[in-house]
Design a protein around this ligand. Structure first.
Ligand code: PMP
Length: 413
């Protein structure tokens, strides 16, 4: 039972949903603070996966037998769950993908390849994850359009004045994350969408780090495309989704060919394609993972994403306060609007050494460039340590983390 009627989250009950939180690492209780990379999975989601494989594992959309019918119904029911989770108008605006990376690549290769050419501009921000940079670079080489970069200020917030200047009549699409995985900055995506639309440009929002932490409403944002990954929002790996406005998806050509996505195939006359969204779902999808993703989103709903956001904001404030007491520790990313991610460097201590040693004390944090090299280089660093929070983390865990960090810094300095 995880639902709370309270105004604060029942974290003890939530923790009981996560069997992995009971394990030890190097003889110490696990303190898992790498949620921006992947979140842990509640038993309800594990049970959904188990139930699927035990009772109705079958390929979808093609069978005329009971198991195939049941699997298809559960898969399509998840489309409706995702629609609700994102606030989309229609279930057919939801395309299942392996995750955010694949969702962005779908837009790049389907919409991008057919709409971009010399003289066109795509705006991306310096805060982007490589998955919202590299696919555009690959296509720019092929199609000859220009990528322009929205700068950030010293706090890691987007420079909105510069953004307004950059958006112009050549801009065809703005691709920006809702929440930065490296710094936790929450970007004003609704305002950015309005500015893009005024100039006739589309906006693609990478919601990988927003979906787990912030209420999302793609209609209120007026996003043209919105991508997220299930494994960062308490679901399994292998399933995520792309939201796209129906009229855009309808006008876009398929990007991968195969079974499931066709209406007719003929050697003489070529092929015709299925309706949206099936046109974009070639081959057998991760059926079990998609169904379990639906259960994960229901789990989030049972708790309430607004409660999760508020809880994580409390954890973030606590972490900022406690880390701020450590001599020589510098937090990167201090934008006024932040989700539960804190990135930092420590004078005289390599990020990698810190992460390896702190793991010995049972604390899992991430170190490296967080797939955001242009951002880190801009701030003059190759790597940071990053702690990122989820609904099951507690202030006590942050205290354990800060105490462990203090010990480790003493060892390496
Ligand atoms: N965008 C952002 C902001 C991310 O944090 C991540 C994952 N770190 C991705 C995209 C890529 O997600 P995935 O690997 O699940 O496709």
């Amino acid at each position: 039972m995880t639902a709370t009627t309270d105004l604060t989250l029942d974290v003890a009950a939530i923790r009981r949903d996560f069997p992995i939180l009971e394990r030890e690492v190097h003889g110490k209780p696990l303190v898992y603070l790498d949620n921006a990379a992947t979140s842990q999975t509640p038993r309800q989601v594990l049970e959904t996966l188990d139930h699927y494989y035990r009772h109705y594992n079958a390929n979808i959309h093609r069978g005329l037998h009971t198991l195939a019918d049941e699997a298809t119904a559960a898969y399509e029911a998840t489309r409706e769950t995702v629609r609700r989770f994102l606030g989309a108008g229609q279930a057919r605006e939801i395309v299942f993908t392996r995750g955010t990376t694949e969702a962005i690549n779908l837009v790049v290769h389907s919409w991008g390849r057919h709409n971009l050419g010399p003289g066109d501009e795509v705006l991306i921000s310096r805060l982007e994850h490589h998955s919202n940079i590299v696919p555009w670079q690959l296509l720019a080489k092929e199609r000859g359009f220009t990528i322009r970069v929205i700068p950030v200020d010293e706090r890691g917030a987007l420079d909105m004045a510069a953004y307004r200047d950059l958006v112009g009549e050549r801009t065809r699409l703005v691709a920006v994350n809702h929440v930065s995985n490296a710094f936790g900055t929450i970007n004003p995506v609704a305002e950015m969408a309005r500015i893009a639309h005024e100039q006739g440009a589309l906006i693609l929002v990478d919601g990988a780090q927003a979906a787990p932490h912030e209420p999302v409403d793609v209609v209120a944002i007026d996003a043209d495309f919105y991508a997220f990954s299930g494994h960062k929002v308490y679901g399994p790996t292998g399933a995520g989704a792309l939201y796209g406005k129906a009229h855009l998806l309808e006008a876009m050509p398929p990007w991968q060919g195969g079974g499931e996505m066709i209406r007719t195939v003929s050697f003489e006359e070529g092929s015709t394609f299925a309706d949206v969204p099936h046109k974009f779902e070639a081959g057998t999808p991760s059926v079990a993972d998609v169904i379990a993703l639906g259960r994960a989103l229901e789990w989030v709903d049972e708790i309430g994403i607004a409660l999760i956001r508020d809880w994580e904001h409390g954890l973030l404030a606590h972490a900022h306060r406690e880390l701020g007491r450590i001599d020589g520790l510098h937090i990167l990313g201090t934008a006024p609007q932040k989700a539960g991610v804190v990135s930092f460097v420590v004078d005289g201590a390599h990020a990698q050494d810190i992460a390896l040693l702190i793991d010995q004390l049972g604390v899992a944090i991430r170190t490296g460039n967080h797939c955001a090299q242009p951002l880190l280089h801009h701030f003059g660093v190759e790597a940071t340590c990053r702690a990122s929070f989820a609904a099951y983390n507690t202030p006590e865990e942050i205290d354990i983390f800060v105490a462990a960090l203090t010990r480790v810094i003493g060892m390496v300095r």
